[in-house]
Design a protein around this ligand. Structure first.
Ligand code: NDP
Length: 450
């Protein structure tokens, strides 16, 4: 019997890998995919999906309070954490099943086990060797916890999704997406939260004003933000954790959550058997066609260290499938990728921050609006909504849109289409608003603030 030769062997059934596998099979390629953990990868299992479900849960606490001004008296009991956690897990298991069906319906062979590359065209899983014309590495990343004494006492977001009980007090370390989202989620679930970040303001790289607005809102809601601070050691103390801080202070808490970035999951992958190289940050180096230095081996998604976002991995997987099996060599356009942080309140953005736009364009105009959402005129909730547009004066093009407030991700996603298509401020101004909405403010901002 002659040995099967696959057109594509995908390692990792997360967002990028599954998309590439399904599309390639759809184009007639013979495809196998190996997965050692769970179908759907980080996003489905310990990322976007369960995080958003928890984020909804966290918002309810505020919603119950907001309802009072509208005549609804609801007695808020404590959260039934096991119910939330287990309902979430059931939904994730349902999605795992859907991913399995999607792959098998597309004709992709699913192989359970850890894959190791043996040579440029061979992958080994549990002692069995598979030959492939092309190999795709889509193994994603894994949470990174800095090497400090007591690091093993901390948890990452992976474990947080499955806690037996919720702590009374938690410390979240980091100032990126995950730390900021979880500080808000945990606080919303009724936990006292302190977020520690090593520099002067979290969410480095986002528009400064929107970061400041979010810091103010989170503080008003009761999250304790400690900037210019870091943890140097963790120790157990009477059933709690004692954190030693850089400032010399110490802090007692019930749970320590580290969200200090993620690293590519390269261990045991067999890269030493190939010509694949890593870039200076330790991610797999690829060209614009996702090809590594080993011509038959490709990589997409978080393992390549670009924007670590599910829709980016999906787009890369799709681009590669078309490239390999349709002869379409269109280079993926990474401009104006919108992104949201599901903090409390939500924050979303597309395009240039004010600071980046000042460096990139000769002259810019900035429009801002900070106001109380109509809903909160009755709810009594003091939270503010903040919107910002950044315009390149020479072309009149809107080159940045930023929002903090309810449904920011939903609103910015719509605006992203217009901005990517090159909409000008005049186009925004001539668009009639939907009244009364928050989003209409984006088409009624007339006076540049600077
Ligand atoms: P991020 O890269 O967003 O943030 C890491 C944070 O940890 C930064 O604030 C960084 O500080 C800090 N940090 C790094 N090393 C240390 C250290 N040794 N000690 C103290 N602090 C440290 O990573 P996340 O883990 O939050 O998320 C990983 C990626 O997942 C994100 O980049 C994002 O692309 C993706 N993601 C997307 C989400 C979404 O779309 N809503 C949600 C969650 C994750 P500094 O600023 O100084 O570098």
């Amino acid at each position: 019997m002659s040995e099967t030769i696959y057109d594509l062997f995908v390692i990792g059934a997360g967002s990028g890998g599954v998309r590439a596998a399904r599309m390639s099979a759809g184009f007639g390629a013979k495809v196998a995919i190996a997965e050692s953990r769970y179908l759907g990868g980080t996003c489905v299992n310990v990322g976007c999906v369960p995080k958003k479900l928890f984020s909804y849960a966290a918002h309810y606490r505020e919603d119950f309070n907001d309802a009072r001004g509208f005549g609804w008296d609801s007695a808020v009991s404590d959260l039934d954490w096991p119910r939330l956690r287990d309902n979430k897990t059931k939904e994730i298991e349902r999605l795992n099943g859907i991913y399995g069906n999607l792959l098998s319906n597309a004709g992709v062979e699913l192989i359970n086990g850890h894959a190791r590359i043996v040579d440029a065209n061979t992958v080994e899983v549990d002692g069995h060797k598979y030959i492939a014309k092309n190999i795709l590495i889509a193994v994603g990343g894994w949470p990174f916890i800095p090497d400090i004494p007591g690091r093993e006492l901390a948890i990452s977001s992976n474990e947080l999704f499955y806690l037996d009980t919720l702590p009374k007090h938690a410390v979240v370390i980091g100032g990126g997406y995950i730390a900021t989202e979880f500080a808000g989620i945990l606080h919303g679930l009724g936990i006292e939260v302190e977020q520690i970040y090593r520099r002067d303001l979290f969410l480095r790289g986002f528009d400064t004003e929107i970061r400041e607005q979010l810091a103010e809102e989170m503080t008003n809601k009761g999250v304790k933000l400690r900037f210019n601070e870091n943890v140097t050691a963790i120790a157990e103390k009477d059933g709690q954790y004692l954190l030693t801080l850089e400032s010399g202070e110490s802090l007692l808490t019930d749970k320590v959550l580290y969200a200090t970035g993620r690293k590519p999951l390269l261990e045991g992958l067999g890269l030493e058997n190939t010509k694949v190289t890593l870039n200076d940050k330790g991610y797999i180096a690829v060209n614009e066609g996702f090809q590594t230095c080993e011509p038959s081996i490709y990589a997409v998604g978080d393992v390549t260290g670009g924007m670590e976002l599910t829709p980016v991995a999906l787009a890369e997987g799709m681009n590669l499938a078309k490239r390999l099996f349709k002869g379409d060599t269109t280079v993926l356009d990474y401009s104006f990728i919108p992104t949201a942080i599901f903090s409390q309140p939500n924050l979303a953005t597309v395009g240039f921050s004010e600071e980046d736009a000042r460096e990139r364009f000769t002259d810019i105009a900035v429009y801002t609006s900070r106001f109380t959402h109509l809903k909160h005129t009755l709810s009594g909730n003091k939270t503010k909504t903040f919107l910002k547009l950044v315009v390149d004066k020479a072309s009149d093009k809107v080159v940045g849109a930023h929002m903090m407030g309810d449904d920011a991700g939903e609103i910015i996603q719509g605006l992203a289409v217009a901005i990517k298509a090159g909409a000008t401020k005049a186009d925004f101004d001539s668009t009639i608003g939907i009244h009364p909405t928050v989003a209409e403010e984006f088409v009624t901002m007339r006076d540049a603030t600077r």
